[in-house]
Write a protein that binds this ligand. Structure first.
Ligand code: NAI
Length: 246
């Protein structure tokens, strides 16, 4: 029970890493608000979380819509009166080589992965500043550290998330709010389901631990960073990638 009675918002909590993290947080005593674009999967995830005996809400949100984001924050405060943890997990890919990348592919990824993180953090930070405490965790990526062929848009947003993490750690640290990022390697979710097997096999070969990651590998990192065990960790980017560098 490492998060007993903490209130956590997890964006993109309906699937993949977000859902796995929500279930792990629930098992550790947290109360949850999961938000997602995907209402059907979100309501199914909500049921699984409630089946654990956890107090939880689902809010349908597009994180790149400022109005939706404020509704999400208001719903959390109305239901639980506080917000202890925000995980900016919602993210998308729209891959393509630089010279073929459509401006729409660029705009969509920036809107969700970068602007969405800014909107959610700004709205939640105001609540956390009034409380004098909180934890904000951002989904970065190894791609934001090292780049990746076909991911100009995605790598730009994930590098941007690292820049925002370090900036907010400095701005919000004096207010009692810790801000950190996790940089996952290749994790088996719907997102990597679109990647050809040949590419995944080659990623496995390049990973010293010789396997791809599971959502639980990332959920465990978020659990540590959200808990009081990480009370002196601020502005960090924790790589959880089996030692992959490329
Ligand atoms: P996923 O595709 O399984 O889940 C992402 C969730 O975000 C989905 O439920 C989706 O509906 C939701 N979402 C997408 N756009 C949204 C929006 N505008 N508003 C609200 N919700 C939205 O992806 P996965 O793999 O679980 O990824 C989670 C995070 O981890 C993402 O930020 C991703 O970039 C990052 N990540 C994932 C890696 C991987 O290998 N799977 C590697 C590195 C980072």
């Amino acid at each position: 029970m490492r998060l007993q009675d903490k209130v956590a918002i997890i964006t993109g909590g309906a699937n993949g890493i977000g859902k796995e993290t929500a279930l792990l947080f629930a098992k550790n005593g947290a109360k949850l608000v999961i938000s997602d674009f995907d209402e059907e999967a979100g309501l199914a995830a909500l049921q699984e979380i409630r089946n654990l005996g956890t107090e939880a809400e689902f809010v349908k949100v597009n994180v790149s819509n400022l109005y939706d984001v404020q509704q999400m924050v208001d719903a959390a405060v109305e239901r639980f009166s506080r917000i202890d943890v925000l995980i900016n997990n919602a993210g998308i890919t729209r891959d393509g080589f630089l010279v073929k990348m459509d401006p729409t592919q660029w705009d969509q990824v920036v809107a969700v992965n970068l602007t969405g993180v800014f909107y959610c953090t700004q709205a939640v930070a105001k609540v956390m500043m009034d409380q004098g405490q909180g934890v904000i965790l951002n989904a970065a990526s190894v791609v934001g550290l090292y780049g990746n062929i076909g991911q100009t848009n995605y790598s730009a947003t994930k590098s941007g998330v690292i820049g925002m993490t370090k900036t907010w750690a400095k701005e919000l640290g004096p207010k009692g709010i810790r801000v950190n990022a996790v940089a996952p390697g290749f994790i088996m979710t719907g997102m990597t389901g679109k990647v050809p097997d040949k590419v995944l096999d080659s990623m496995k070969e390049k990973t010293p631990l010789r396997r791809l990651g599971q959502p639980a590998d990332i959920a465990n990192a978020y659990l540590f960073l959200a808990s009081d065990e990480a009370s002196f960790v601020n502005g960090a980017v924790l790589s959880v990638d089996g030692g992959l560098t490329f």
